[in-house]
Design a protein. Structure first.
Length: 278
């Protein structure tokens, strides 16, 4: 590196130092240990058409330690592709092997209504603390307003379980009647602003039991800042969609956002702790 380049790099580092401790830690590759960090959206297990280099829970834990993530909330990839019982067993094993680090979202096969209640009861007894739903917009299946989802929502409402819902804009309309009908459910809308951004903002502002989870691969510049400016700092939740996407990439969207350290503390963990009942 030339002397001029070295001076420029030092000046840039000095510009950040002391201004935003989260950005400074990230720029220097330090794990975030200044606040609670919860990744509210993760996966374990293989996908039928999406190869991973490593889907083991131990690898996820190593990545969490490197970044300073205390807990990752996961559903099983096989489960959301239709193999709920086997997929939920993958998550249950990870919860046993890594107590306190893995929060389990149970998944039900909504195509088989007679299997829904027994599987959800089994998962609840195994320590799962949330529900994951994945819409027909992401794979062939049933829309969220299909009657087969009713027993899923009734179970979550009866047991006060949070529901993480894959959304891509249009699914919010399908979910709105359930949001109104089941007040004991805390809803986490995944992939906030992936489409129809203003609709996500309305849901977050209008419904006390709706939170907005941030994972989104295109990472639009300024999105986190805009959502905070629109009054949603207490409703935004960090999620990475690991292992589909990199938690390193996704957490950077929060760490480097031009928002206050207090708002980053909310988004990185405090909002999730409230939404998930931790």
């Amino acid at each position: 590196m030339s002397n001029d380049a070295a001076r420029d790099a030092a000046r840039e580092n000095e510009q950040w130092r002391g201004q935003d401790v989260f950005a400074d830690d990230a720029r220097h590759g330090r794990p975030i240990d200044r606040c609670l960090v919860i990744d509210a959206h993760g996966h374990l297990g293989e996908a039928p058409n999406f190869p991973y280099p490593d889907s083991a829970a131990a690898s996820l834990i190593r990545a969490m330690d490197r970044l300073g993530i205390q807990m990752t909330c996961v559903s099983s990839t096989p489960a959301i592709f239709g193999d709920a019982r086997r997929g939920n067993q993958i998550v249950a094993q990870a919860m046993r092997e890594h107590p306190g680090r893995i929060f389990g979202y149970m998944v039900a096969d909504v195509g088989y209504p007679e299997l829904i209640a027994p599987e959800m009861e089994r998962c609840l007894a195994a320590g799962f603390r949330g529900v994951k739903i994945w819409s027909y917009g992401a794979k062939p299946g049933l829309p969220y307003d299909h009657p087969n989802y009713t027993p899923v929502f009734e179970f979550a409402n009866a047991h006060r379980l949070p529901v993480l819902a894959h959304t891509w804009g249009a699914e919010l309309d399908q979910l709105e009647p359930a949001i109104r009908a089941y007040p004991n459910i805390t809803w986490l809308m995944a992939h906030t602003a992936s489409s129809q951004k203003d609709k996500y903002v309305r849901f977050g502002l209008e419904y006390p039991n709706v939170f907005l989870e941030l994972c989104f691969s295109p990472c639009p510049r300024g999105l986190v800042e805009e959502l905070v400016d629109r009054g949603l700092s207490g409703k935004l939740i960090f999620g990475s969609d690991c292992i589909f996407m990199s938690a390193t990439q996704q957490i950077g969207r929060v760490l480097f956002a031009q928002i206050s350290p207090e708002d980053k503390t909310k988004i990185l963990g405090l909002n999730a702790r409230r939404a998930l009942g931790l």
